[in-house]
Design a protein around this ligand. Sequence first.
Ligand code: HPA
Length: 269
Amino acid sequence: MIHEAIRFIEGHTALRPAVGVVLGSGLGAFGDVLAERVDIPYHEIPGWPPSTAVGHAGKLILGNLGDAGVAVMAGRAHLYEGYSPAQVTYGVRVLGLLGVKAMVFTNAAGGINLDLQRGGLVLISDHINLQGCSPLAGPNDDALGPRFPDMSEAYSHRFRGVAKQVAAELCVPVSEGVYAAMLGPNYETPAEIRFLRTIGADVVGMSTVPEVIVANHMGIQVLGISCVTNMAAGILQQKINHEEVLETGAMVRDTLVRFLKALVPRLVV
Ligand code: HPA
């Protein structure tokens, strides 16, 4: 199936992407900046799981940004939608087989670290997988990657350095932190957030980690960017709702687009 997807995409465009970008909830606007772009709705690509989450566009966009061929996934599949770990990471496998060597994963996240603020951008330095599964469980395809991949630098140190440099040039404030991945779709309880803070998490979300594991498996270098769409449960005297998450995504969208536009061409490896 995956090779049909590759053939299908290669039949739609001569562009061979070097960098992949995944856009999270409410963050789908970066695809518009690509030149000579080709949009392919997910439902047309063999084997690609359709995105059901509100705020996700559901298409693959291929185009150029400066000298870089870029593939943008506007919308992703989540475990909480009922998709299997293999389905959630299908897009990363496809982009890896298309030749992508670097990937940027963006997501909406709750801020656990009290120094964070709603609307802030966090460069992910590491993650804690609390989703109860790995996309690598089951037989290993040695052609894709090793049985026991190393995860000691799951998020490229060099890419974080480049991202900090670009952020400084553009006067975009960024911080750095550890991302904890929960299954969702419910938000956390205040007790869970206190637990996550104790074990060293700075932000919490419901995506990204399976994709980052698969990217590492394939030797793809990773940059992760969380947008703090809300403070996590129990920090403020208010409830968390998906509308707030989307609203904050819309607030930071332009900044994130500006940031990615300058950053992505510098991640060609
Ligand atoms: N928790 C989990 N995932 C999220 C949150 C949150 O508070 N905000 C956005 N995605």
